[in-house]
Design a protein around this ligand. Structure first.
Ligand code: IPM
Ligand code: MG
Length: 360
């Protein structure tokens, strides 16, 4: 089969980790008779430098026209990069918001898995880790504070700013359904996270989630307040299977969730909508401080491409092969610097890609 992939290397370490991911995909394609064709487009800082905007309409329509989008990372160093003296709607991250909205990718899935091989890097105490944990954060991605009305102006002589957190029931229903569907393929537990003791939008969220749950009697639904959830993730992460939450809470909780695994360089993410077209990117950022030094860990991006094989192309077997190849390389003791520990073999970005290819 032929698959059209829009590739967005982006900024910082993006190009290096994407290069390795393409290498691995090509090896898989050659082995199993698939043809992955790539169209590269610019997004983020590199697009600002070339076109004055973080994502052009042409780049967006290229993405719309493909079977999946594979993204490295966007953004630079907020303290030093000129990109951040631009108005907010022209900064690198605005490209990301535009593509999420433009492709209607309302569901963002970020797995938080403790890799057996990398247990040592987990910042939690052994008694908390127990037998490990494996949950996903299902974050609403095209609504809430990120896309609500906002303004900054002077009111009564004071500089004043306002953001709006708005959800309608339809937006809640579709993300809740995704969460229940995913839970069905996992341990059948959805924990919906909100701030229903304060926010109207959360009270609606809770009500609608309860309604959707009626269609999934085999899945257990619970509710948790977001502040408590932040605490529970470090107190006992193994209690979670699928965490369902709105955009801003999900942004914060998914960073926390990735941190407790101790290996953010290993965590993938998928953004999905109503169609098969999804966007796949690592959970980590563009790490401008190590860009171009062959130090970045490409595994999160390669694992994201496994999610692409699974969710956008229905190539489950190939996705499994890829994930096993990565585990094998780790088992043999190869590590990039971010996951290095005594007695293991340190390798660079390109070597890590080669090692994974060799296992395919
Ligand atoms: C993420 C990032 C983005 C977000 C930023 C870069 C706009 O933090 O993907 O989690 O807040 O969604
Ligand atoms: Mg974030």
């Amino acid at each position: 089969m032929d698959y059209k992939i829009t590739v967005i290397p982006g900024d910082g370490i993006g190009p290096e980790i994407i290069r390795e991911t393409r290498k691995v995909l090509d090896a898989l394609g050659a082995r199993y008779g698939h043809n992955f064709s790539y169209t590269e487009v610019l997004m983020g800082g590199v697009s600002i430098d070339a076109h004055g905007v973080p994502l052009t309409d042409e780049a967006l329509s290229t993405a719309k026209d493909s079977d999946a989008v594979l993204l490295g990372a966007v953004g630079g160093n907020v303290g030093t990069s000129n990109w951040y003296s631009l108005p907010p709607n022209l900064r690198p991250e605005a490209g990301l918001l535009k593509i999420r909205k433009g492709l209607n990718l309302f569901a963002n899935i970020r797995p938080a898995v403790l890799f057996e091989e990398l247990k040592g890097a987990c910042p939690l105490k052994d008694e908390i880790i127990g037998d490990g944990f494996d949950f996903v954060v299902m974050r609403e991605l095209t609504g809430g504070l990120y896309f609500g009305d906002r303004w900054t102006k002077e009111v009564d002589g004071l500089r004043t700013a306002k953001d709006t957190l708005l959800y309608n029931e339809e937006e809640i229903v579709r993300i809740a359904r995704q969460a229940f569907e995913i839970a069905r393929k996992r341990r059948k537990k959805v924990c919906s996270v909100d701030k229903a003791n304060v926010l109207d939008s959360s009270r609606l969220w809770r009500q609608v989630t309860e309604e959707v749950a009626k269609d999934y009697p085999d899945v257990e639904l619970s509710h948790m307040l977001v502040d408590n959830c932040a605490m529970q993730i470090v107190r006992d992460p193994s209690q979670f299977d699928v965490i369902l939450t709105e955009n801003m809470f999900g942004d914060i909780l998914s960073d926390e969730a990735s941190m407790v695994t101790g290996s953010i360089g290993m965590l993938a993410s998928a953004s999905l909508g109503k169609t098969k077209l999804g966007l796949y990117e690592p959970s980590h950022g563009s790490a401008p401080d190590i860009a171009g030094q062959n130090k970045a860990n490409p595994i999160a991006t390669i694992l994201s491409s496994a999610m692409m094989l699974r969710y956008s192309f229905d190539l489950d077997m190939e996705a499994n092969v890829l994930e096993s190849a990565i585990k094998e390389v780790l088992k043999k003791g190869y590590r990039t610097i971010d996951i290095m520990s005594p007695g293991k073999t340190l390798v660079g970005t390109d070597k890590m890609g080669d090692l994974i290819v060799a296992e395919i």
